[in-house]
Design a protein around this ligand. Structure first.
Ligand code: NAP
Length: 300
């Protein structure tokens, strides 16, 4: 029986936010206008998009970043959406753009984000940013991927040389995370196994892994019957599950079964309170990174 170390996100999120405020202050002193983030999302009953936008707005306000939310109306088609992103790319008073996903296939998420330059693609999910990450010349790196690796570093858990399994291969979460862990840079040099829905025998695949990063969206997928004893679990999964004891009737849950892994995993990020707050802070850091790259005389 091991004592499971809780890897809380709040201290690291506070550190990242403090650095963001310093960088915004420095740029403002140099006469630059405040960074501005535009967040686009669809208003779908029961979806978390509006909640995420409120979290972003709160963090942006704390960081000195101007925030604008834009609803993608149900009538918007792929041409209109692409045209809107083209406008935002041209707007000199906008420094970052986020678009919640998944989007319906007919709105063509990849085609729309391709309208953004690498600096304004705040979450680094466009074709150019993912390609650059793959080629080890990153500009914007998806915030959730950076949040996962920064959590490990914050808590002194070595990545280089570790056997890391990323469970989930979506182009916006699992794949960039695997690329980051496998990269030669400061965040990587791990030996990476990328697991997905077609991988046979999850338990056997994970049996010799020292760090496991589920990015699936299936609450309770990983319990002690699948996770090797003593491994570190960085739980990226985030789902809403029914909970009649809560006034809202639901609660946030990760992919890890926290009760089962307590006393089994050597360290675990809780959900809520683990990777999530770090991701929001990292999004603000990405906005400021884009703002710095867009400063006159700079350029990517
Ligand atoms: P997604 O597009 O649905 O991708 C899920 C991935 O999981 C797919 O690659 C899928 O495999 C794989 N998968 C499904 N069932 C599996 C199984 N039984 N075993 C192994 N792999 C399986 O989801 P996403 O957008 O990547 O998001 C993943 C999770 O991360 C969600 O819970 C999301 O809410 C969360 N998230 C959290 C944060 C945060 O700040 N904490 C930020 C972003 C996302 P296939 O490719 O074969 O279909």
């Amino acid at each position: 029986m091991v004592a499971t170390r809780p890897l809380l996100g709040a201290p690291l999120a506070a550190e990242i936010m403090a650095e963001v405020r310093t960088r915004v202050g420095r740029g403002r002193k140099a006469g630059r206008p405040a960074p501005c983030l535009v967040s686009l999302y669809r208003q779908i009953p029961g979806s978390p998009f509006a909640f995420y936008a409120r979290q972003q707005e709160k963090a942006a306000r704390e960081a000195g970043i101007e925030f604008r939310a834009e609803i993608i109306p149900p009538t918007m088609d792929r041409q209109n959406l692409a045209a809107r992103l083209r406008d935002l790319e041209r707007a000199e008073d906008v420094h970052g753009v986020l678009m919640e996903h998944p989007l319906p296939a007919e709105l063509d998420f990849d085609g729309a984000t391709a309208e953004l330059g690498v600096a304004k693609d705040t979450d680094g999910v466009g074709l150019s940013n993912i390609g650059r990450l793959a080629l080890q010349r990153p500009v914007q790196i998806p915030a959730v991927a950076l949040a996962a690796v920064k959590t490990l570093r914050h808590y002194g858990i070595p990545i280089a040389g570790a056997r890391v399994a990323v469970v989930g291969r979506s182009p916006t979460v699992g794949l960039p995370l695997a690329l980051l862990f496998a990269s030669k840079g400061e965040w990587g040099n791990a030996t990476v196994t990328l697991v997905h829905s077609q991988s046979p025998d999850l338990r056997r695949t994970l049996s010799d892994q020292s760090i496991i990063v589920p990015c699936v969206g299936k609450p309770g997928l990983l319990d002690r019957s699948i996770v090797p004893e003593g491994s570190v679990v960085i739980d990226v999964g985030l789902s809403s599950v029914p909970d009649p004891t809560r006034p809202s009737g639901h609660r946030a849950a990760g992919d890890a079964d926290m009760a089962s892994l307590e006393g089994w995993a050597s360290a675990l990020t809780p959900v809520p309170g683990g990777v999530g707050p770090v991701t929001v802070a990292q999004l603000m850091a990405n906005v400021v990174h884009g703002w710095e790259l867009l400063a006159p005389g700079k350029g990517v």
